[in-house]
Ligand binder design. Structure first.
Ligand SMILES: [Fe+2]
Length: 165
């Protein structure tokens, strides 16, 4: 599998990268690399290998859920902007945010981990519930939350200082 993955080079366009990540997941599962990509394009095409709950399960538009919270209204420390959850989609893609506050949980530790995505074309990817369902729980959906913390407020203070000058 390592050899197969080394042949996949993520593009700099995050949307194409998502398709490539879906290919990597398929390779890791030992099924044809284009299984999920084709399922996303045409609906279920698993030839009976995997059960799909509805014909257009993958052809529905992805849900984009940036928190886009108003820190004027909800900028108090420890305010929960998005409670602990996993997403209903296939893959959850977290981009770099101007404001810290995203936390994830690693299955092997159970600890809350503050997310720090480096500048550049970097994304944090978590499995969604569709992927968990399709793999029978082999790959579990990743939990995450967004909470106002000290780092959020530090960036917010810098932002305000620039706006008010
Ligand atoms: Fe989410």
């Amino acid at each position: 599998m390592r050899e197969c993955l080394s042949n996949l080079h993520l593009t700099t366009n995050p949307w194409y990268s998502v398709s490539e990540l879906a290919d990597m997941v398929a390779i890791g599962l030992g099924i044809p690399s284009d299984t999920f990509r084709e399922a996303g394009r045409y609906g279920c095409v698993f030839s009976g290998q995997l059960l799909c709950p509805s014909e257009n399960f993958f052809s529905r538009p992805h849900l984009l859920a940036p928190t886009a919270s108003d820190l004027v209204k909800y900028g108090e420390k420890d305010t929960i902007l998005a409670g602990f959850h996993s997403d209903l989609n296939f893959l959850t893609i977290h981009g770099r945010s101007r404001y810290p506050g995203l936390n994830v949980w690693a299955r092997n530790t159970g600890k809350r981990i503050p997310v720090k995505i480096p500048p550049g074309n970097n994304l944090l990817v978590q499995a969604g519930k569709q992927l968990e369902h399709l793999t029978g729980g082999l790959i579990k959906a990743g939990f995450h939350e967004v909470v106002v913390n000290d780092a959020t407020l530090a960036v917010w203070t810098i932002h305000l200082s620039h706006v008010l000058l």
